[in-house]
Design a protein around this ligand. Structure first.
Ligand SMILES: [Ca+2]
Length: 407
């Protein structure tokens, strides 16, 4: 879900992913956010983890030097006399004894100290807690390599076969059959056709087979502080990630996902997780590795990003004359034309499409391919801003539906 830029390389991960789908989803569910031990996290109970509430009386600590420690509110004193008094403590605290300062791979990063200061002053995070958290972060060199790889410029003809495979089509039918009740409920509630919910999860993670093995805290820290080209984006996601961890009452170390910080069956980045994730099974946790939460979350993402109930997605088009070239879009934009306007430019859709506004989509290749895309096509690009991505989702959705129902 890929709700944002920065995840355009995700499909490469899927292409090269070699993880075998030999785990049940229920195993995945149990592993994450439920107290299970995930790769990279320490043994012991992971749930619940009670974070400190925002510290109301903390002055701005921008650029805080490492020797200044602020005790967690309500935690037992560990020797500092500067700790604020415990107030309003109504929830149990874990005893905390954080050593002073930043250590490890990021000990010498002023930008990280500044970030910690900001998390303290703006969001009330405890500085010593964050220093301890980041002291355990190891640089994710693989994330740096993947993020720095040149943007894949594959033409549509090469891109399509990556996703339109027999395995992925059959996997979609299987996923649909296994989660029919959940999918039906999400479709009814959010108005998103089931085949698109299935296809997104298929494209993103092969139906949960490959949700990513990068420790999210480490990946986001690495890209936030060692990848200048997109440092601002990843630092913002890291901020969102820490807020998410606190809201979900989960240690930040336990999340795993893509190299770019995308998590769960639908690969939500932290800001999307916070905005769109749904606690579908109402157990108090938004667990995107659990289909019960992930399926309505993907549907909610679409609904909040412009999906129109009952609307069409895309149909192939014939083009002729000289008028169409100027309106053809290789990069998706919000649809702003009517079918009549397209017809006047020499565009003839090969079928009906129910959408008040449409675009002429161009999929570039040795022979360019043209499609009329509706508002729902554009909604798919809010997940990942690429026409090729949205078209792969559309075509996979159609193939899955045909395979399941025979039409
Ligand atoms: Ca839940």
């Amino acid at each position: 879900m890929l709700s944002s830029t920065g995840l355009e390389m995700e499909f490469m991960k899927i292409v090269h992913g070699s993880v075998q789908w030999n785990k049940s989803l229920s195993k995945l569910v149990s592993v994450v956010m439920m107290g299970g031990v995930l790769g990279g996290c320490t043994a012991g109970p992971q749930w619940p983890w009670v974070f400190n509430p925002p510290v109301a009386n903390v002055p701005s600590q921008q650029g805080l030097p490492p020797t200044v420690i602020r005790q967690p509110v309500g935690s037992p004193s560990v020797g500092s006399t500067t700790a604020p008094p415990s107030t309003n403590t109504t929830i149990p605290r874990q005893p905390v004894n954080y050593p002073a300062g930043l250590r490890g791979d990021y000990a010498s990063y002023p930008a990280l100290r500044q970030f910690i200061g900001k998390m303290n002053s703006q969001h009330g995070f405890d500085i010593a807690f964050l220093e301890q958290t980041f002291s355990g972060v190891q640089r994710d060199k693989e994330a740096l390599t993947k993020a720095g790889a040149p943007t894949e410029g594959q033409v549509w003809r090469a891109y399509r076969p990556i996703f339109l495979t027999e395995e992925r089509i059959n996997g979609g039918v299987d996923f649909w059959n296994r989660h029919a009740a959940l999918l039906d409920a999400a479709t009814r509630q959010y108005g998103v056709d089931t085949e698109y919910l299935v296809a997104i999860i298929g494209v993103e993670t092969q139906y949960g087979k490959n949700t990513g093995k990068h420790n999210t805290l480490q990946a986001l820290t690495t890209l936030g502080f060692d990848f200048p080209r997109r440092a601002s984006f990843y630092q913002k996601e890291l901020e969102q990630f820490l807020l998410l961890s606190r809201e979900e009452k989960v240690r930040p170390q336990i999340f795993n996902g893509s190299y770019a910080g995308a998590m769960g069956l639908g690969q939500f980045i932290s800001s999307s997780y916070r905005s769109y994730a749904i606690d579908g099974n109402r157990d108090g946790k938004r667990d995107l590795w659990n289909p019960q939460d992930a399926i309505p979350s993907v549907a909610n993402y679409f609904a909040k990003n412009g999906w129109k109930r009952g609307g069409g997605v895309a149909v192939p088009a014939y083009v002729s004359g000289a008028g169409y070239a100027s309106i053809a879009e290789a990069t998706p934009k919000k649809p702003s034309r009517t079918l009549g306007e397209l017809a006047a430019k020499g565009v003839r859709p090969q079928g009906a499409i129910n959408s008040a506004k449409v675009s002429l989509i161009k999929l570039e290749g040795t022979t360019d391919e043209y499609w009329v895309g509706g508002e729902n096509f554009y909604a798919i690009t809010r997940y990942n801003p690429s026409s090729k991505y949205a078209m792969a989702v559309h075509q996979l959705a159609q193939e899955i539906r045909k395979r399941k129902f025979g039409f």
